[in-house]
Write a protein that binds this ligand. Structure first.
Ligand SMILES: *Cc1c(COP(=O)(O)O)cnc(C)c1O
Length: 307
């Protein structure tokens, strides 16, 4: 993809509030590779866009919520790479559009809205036929961008890490990114995922399915920490906001509210609980998502007012 600069993804040493001198933490700055197509979303789209191009399909169609980082990145990636794009958005249309959807539209994405019930049918074969009838020949990127090609792309994140490490951590939404890290790690080192949703334990099965589909041998060198959703997807707690403030003060690295800050909050808490052995080196992936912070502003002030 044009203009993406992988070299900007540096491995940066950071200090966590519970830091102790026996544990080193680094953050892999995938948020820096491009202003719009960054974080894990770039890697997940990379081979999907190549395939669409190979198949000479001119239009990408994908799905997501109204604040979705994936919708945002797909709109920008489509524009950069010369595709048309269609976004099927979960829920009703609200005017004026929020900043995520405004950005998508300004990058040429055509938006269609589906009520939540119909949206749930998005992977049904009959529904896919309806899409084909309505939109003609389109390349469908699944919600969140997760498929086998996303796993192949996300595996490349590993190549950017330039320190030795024992643990690799990532936030988890659909599981595509952690599956890629598992694929890229060849069974070496331990990989820990931090689901951003409540009751995320079921994601372990999704991840195993995805690995199987992508023909990746599962060495079992990974696990999920399901207790760091901090109230649930896109929910905020005051302790999370306090943590972000402290982390940003110390390290001057911006974090998003939905994914990376919850992962780092979790890592910080696990350090306190002496989960990691002495001498452990941890690399946490900064998966981007900063565009979403604009849409969280009101929620943040509500939480702060309450305290
Ligand atoms: C989409 C997203 C994730 C989740 O990635 P999955 O591959 O769906 O698990 C994590 N972090 C950020 C910032 C994201 O935008």
């Amino acid at each position: 993809m044009k203009n993406i600069d992988i070299k900007k993804s540096v491995t940066q040493k950071v200090v966590l509030p519970n830091a102790n001198k026996y544990i080193s933490v680094y953050i892999q700055r995938e948020d820096l590779i491009h202003p719009y197509v960054n974080g894990n979303k770039y890697y997940k789209l990379k081979y999907n866009l190549e395939k669409a191009k190979d198949e000479k399909i001119a239009t990408l169609l994908t799905f997501g919520g109204a604040y979705s980082n994936h919708i945002y990145a797909t709109a920008a990636a489509a524009k950069i790479s010369g595709f048309k794009s269609i976004g099927i958005i979960r829920g009703e249309e609200y005017q004026p559009l929020n900043s995520t959807l405004q950005f998508a539209v300004s990058n040429g994405m055509k938006l269609y809205y589906l009520d939540r019930k119909t949206y749930r049918r998005r992977t049904d074969p009959e529904f896919r036929e309806e899409i084909a009838k309505k939109f003609g020949r389109v390349y469908i990127v699944p919600e969140g961008g997760t498929n086998e090609l996303a796993v192949k792309g996300a595996a490349e994140i590993i190549d950017n890490i330039d320190v030795e490490y024992d643990y690799l951590c990532t936030a988890v939404g659909s599981g595509g990114t952690i599956a890629g890290l598992i694929a890229g790690s060849d069974g070496k080192r331990k990989i820990i995922g931090f689901p951003a949703i409540k009751n995320g334990g079921y994601l372990a099965d999704d991840i195993r399915q995805l690995l199987k589909k992508a023909e990746i041998k599962d060495e079992g060198n990974w696990s999920l920490q399901t207790n760091y959703h901090l109230g649930g997807f896109a929910k905020l707690k005051i302790e999370q906001l306090d943590f972000i403030k402290e982390f940003v003060n110390i390290n001057n690295v911006p974090l998003d509210f939905i994914y990376t800050s919850k992962m780092l909050y979790g890592i910080n808490n696990l350090i306190e609980k002496e989960y990691f052995e002495e001498g452990s080196r941890i690399v946490a992936i900064h998966t981007g998502g900063l565009q979403g912070n604009l849409g969280m502003k009101e929620k943040v002030s509500r939480v702060l007012e309450h305290y």
